[in-house]
Design a protein around this ligand. Structure first.
Ligand code: COS
Length: 388
């Protein structure tokens, strides 16, 4: 067992660390205040090779392994979860999924544009009435002479208003259940496709969130990603890598909470000495530190399995569940260390908490991760009624 990063992995971390400190941190507060989706910063991240980071160089990606991707994402997450979400969606949910399931033509057409940031993509799985029960898609795709006609709605879709390409999951035959699902690559300028911006979010105000409306959107046969019936597996494999990236981003939030708390505790004085000298404050710092380390190790273990091509769904759920909950805890404890100062945005910790709160919900709630772990332990799928 080797816990050391390679020289190349350390170099990618150092570059991402500098990039975050130079470009991300100082914009995060204002973008949050203004609910501004910072496309300039997205373009800078694209230039760094962060959008499409794991995609092969043959298609314009950076060709990073998963451990390296994880440490890069952690650094961006330390600065701003809204920008980390952009990388998670673009690289993991969209690009990796096209690379894994796409035809050569689809990969050639879309991946270079997505990896370069010329186009953004989004992942249209969740619907107003379909969240955890992802197989129960209400969006319908009906076969036509020329291709498919898709109608329905998608909800809480990150990057949805800016995306030029949407992965849309739809039911082709309700009698087949999850085996009737299909995934389509829909270019968002197709007639019948529209979006509605979602505002007033608790956090991630610097990220773009949309409702998607599809009103008889006509797409050709070659818009199918994989085959008819593959849709559910396409979604699950996308989430296997998406959840890893969320876990890694949350390690960054834990680390950011730790850095801010140690620094504040050393300079803030009460009772004639820095509050860092009080054991109860040190206990809070120790709690954040241990959670950060545990989250990092669980996450990198999942990344290592992915790099070795071994099954990692359960380990990814363990990492996602632990890291997202740890990040909420760490950010909350960091506010406690900061006292009243932590309740306003002079310090990043209140934004950390608001931003990270969604991570125990999106890409599968904490309860869904527990269910995946529980069914692996017991061999019992709690979602299937017992047969007599
Ligand atoms: N990779 C590949 N295939 C997978 C898979 C994975 N990680 N997980 C499941 N599958 C396959 C199964 O092997 C099964 O295949 P067959 O049809 O050949 O039997 C099929 O998919 C159905 O799997 P399963 O029976 O496990 O599906 P369930 O309906 O019981 O539910 C959960 C699976 C709950 C895990 C799934 O619905 C889920 O992850 N829900 C949360 C959705 C989510 O994260 N939403 C957020 C959207 S993005 S913000």
């Amino acid at each position: 067992m080797n816990f050391d990063l390679t020289d190349e992995q350390q170099a990618v971390r150092a570059t991402a660390q500098q990039f975050t400190d130079r470009e991300v941190v100082h914009r995060a507060k204002q973008n949050d205040r203004d609910e501004h989706f910072d496309t300039e910063l997205v373009a800078l991240m694209a230039k760094q090779g962060y959008l499409g980071a794991t995609v092969s160089r043959d298609y314009g990606g950076a060709g990073l392994d998963y451990v390296t991707y994880g440490v890069m994402i952690e650094e961006i997450g330390r600065g701003c979860s809204a920008m980390r979400t952009v990388i998670s969606v673009q690289t993991s949910l969209v690009c990796s999924t096209i690379e894994r399931w796409g035809s050569e033509d689809q990969k050639q057409r879309y991946l270079p544009r997505l990896c370069s940031g010329e186009w953004l993509g989004c992942f249209g799985l969740t619907e107003p009435d379909t969240g955890s029960d992802a197989a129960n898609q209400k969006t319908r795709a009906v076969k036509t002479a020329e291709g498919w006609s898709i109608s329905g709605g998608k909800m809480w879709i990150s990057l949805g208003n800016h995306a030029k390409l949407a992965l849309i999951f739809a039911q082709t035959d309700p009698s087949l259940g999850h085996r009737g699902l299909a995934c389509f690559l829909v270019e968002t300028d197709t007639p019948g496709f529209s979006t509605v911006e979602i505002h007033h979010k608790m956090g991630l105000r610097g990220s773009d969130t949309a409702e998607l409306v599809l009103d008889s959107v006509e797409v050709p046969d070659n818009a199918l990603l994989g085959n008819v019936g593959d849709g559910f597996k396409v979604a699950m494999t996308a989430l296997d890598t998406g959840r890893y990236s969320v876990a890694a981003g949350c390690v960054g939030v834990c680390q950011g909470s730790l850095d801010a708390s140690v620094s504040y505790a050393k300079q803030r004085e009460q009772f004639g000495k820095p509050i860092a000298a009080f054991q109860l404050v040190q206990a809070m710092l120790a709690e954040i530190k241990v959670s950060t380390e545990a989250a990092r190790l669980l996450t990198l273990r999942a990344g290592d399995l992915k790099d070795k091509g071994r099954p990692s769904t359960v380990e990814t759920s363990i990492a996602k569940w632990y890291s997202t909950e740890a990040a909420v805890r760490c950010a909350n404890t960091a506010i406690q260390v900061h006292g009243g100062s932590g309740y306003v945005d002079d310090h990043p910790v209140e934004r950390f908490l608001r931003d990270v709160r969604v991570t125990t919900l999106y890409e599968g709630t904490s309860q869904i991760q527990q269910l995946i772990i529980g069914r692996d332990l017991t061999g019992i799928n709690a979602l299937v009624p017992p047969s007599n």
